[in-house]
Design a protein around this ligand. Structure first.
Ligand SMILES: [Zn+2]
Ligand SMILES: [Zn+2]
Length: 360
């Protein structure tokens, strides 16, 4: 075992004592101690952590799979490696490295899914802030092979937002079978995931049709690289307007982050023949009811895309570190987590919220 600096016995953490119970901010949560780390495990001292809609689902317990309790949530954190378990061989990170902790905390790296680069569906996968404690605490127990090295040229708060929202939309666009010059439609383009998707799609040479509502969001997405815009509250026929805006044929792909089934059904109608529907949102209860006749005769592909693997995370961060993608966020202290959850529930949070552990 080796450590970077003295490790305290207790820390500040946001804890959910039981499913559906309200969040408690504690000062006396035990810190995982370096001598208890197994080979391959590490301890990360957090700089900051993003807050994601998934954290709200974990706290409320409204998904088909419940989170562990008591739970420390959070899955998009950035910090410094301060301890590595004794007898760890060939660690890809060393003490003092700045790393990210993402949704997939660990996987076996040996099952068929892992070998094929789909480690996020590994049956032995561990999920930050869900099946293992996450990033809403000053120190986080993690795994040297799954923390993500953060490149120079990107701030920790920006990197935090890329680790979940950025990786998720980046991977969905990467696997959407679009080539340079193809049309991609992004419903919810002005939101937390959407505004990153607009920039990744533009950086990849795609033509972006952004859909959302309100002048503020329109101005934002057009500034970020969208070519066309449709306000879904102003249009009388969304499907027709989308097709008219994209050569009359419809877009080549749609990346849908929405929490309702309707947005997915509409995509079958407006997609170009041969188009790809990338399902990314994780609503608690919603079904995708696709018209089979048109799915077949238009040769539509419906694909689910779930966060990203270690390589997707590195690529998404690298593109952002080179200035191609900017994240809009505001910072708060850990004690503001409760009000952040309330804001997420009401839908009135603009951009991402990042909790900074240096703030009181
Ligand atoms: Zn997330
Ligand atoms: Zn595996």
């Amino acid at each position: 075992m080796s450590t970077f600096e003295p490790i305290p016995k207790t820390m500040k953490a946001a804890v959910i004592p039981s499913t559906g119970a309200s969040l408690v901010i504690r000062d006396d949560e035990p810190v995982p101690q370096p001598e208890d780390l197994l080979p391959g495990e590490c301890l990360v001292k957090m700089d900051c952590t993003g807050v994601c809609h998934t954290d709200l689902h974990a706290a409320k317990g409204d998904w088909p799979i419940p989170a562990k309790t008591p739970l420390i949530g959070g899955h998009e954190g950035v910090g410094i490696v301060v301890a590595i378990g004794a007898h760890t061989q060939d660690s890809p990170v060393k003490l003092g490295d700045r790393v990210g902790i993402k949704w997939l905390a660990d996987s076996c790296l040996d099952c068929e899914s892992c070998r094929k680069g789909l480690e996020q569906v590994c049956l032995k996968g561990k999920y930050s802030g869900f099946t293992v404690d996450g990033t809403f605490s000053e120190y986080v127990h993690s795994y040297v092979r799954h923390v993500t090295p953060i490149p120079d040229g990107i701030g920790s708060a920006e990197a935090a937002s890329i680790l979940c929202a950025g990786v998720t939309v980046y991977r969905a666009i990467k696997y959407s079978h679009c080539s340079i010059g193809d049309w991609i439609v992004l419903p919810g383009a002005g939101g937390g995931l959407g505004h990153l998707a607009v920039q990744y799609a533009s950086a990849m040479g795609l033509r972006v049709l952004a859909i959302d509502t309100g002048a503020d969001k329109r101005d934002l997405v057009m500034k970020l690289g969208a070519e066309k815009w449709i306000d879904f509250k102003e249009t009388k026929d969304l499907v027709k307007d989308i097709q008219d805006a994209t050569d009359g044929l419809g877009p080549h792909a749609a990346v849908i982050t929405a929490a309702t089934g309707k947005a997915y059904e509409q995509a079958i109608d407006y997609l170009r023949p041969g188009g790809y529907l990338m399902a990314v949102g994780l609503p608690a209860k919603a079904s995708l009811s696709a018209d089979i006749f048109f799915t077949v005769t238009k040769s539509i592909s419906i694909l689910g895309s779930y966060v990203g693997n270690r390589q997707d995370a590195r690529e998404a961060l690298d593109i952002a570190a080179r200035g191609k993608v900017k994240c809009y966020f505001s910072t708060k202290s850990l004690s503001a987590l409760k009000e952040t959850y309330e804001g997420l529930e009401k839908g009135n949070i603009v951009g991402r919220i990042v909790l900074d552990f240096k703030r009181q």
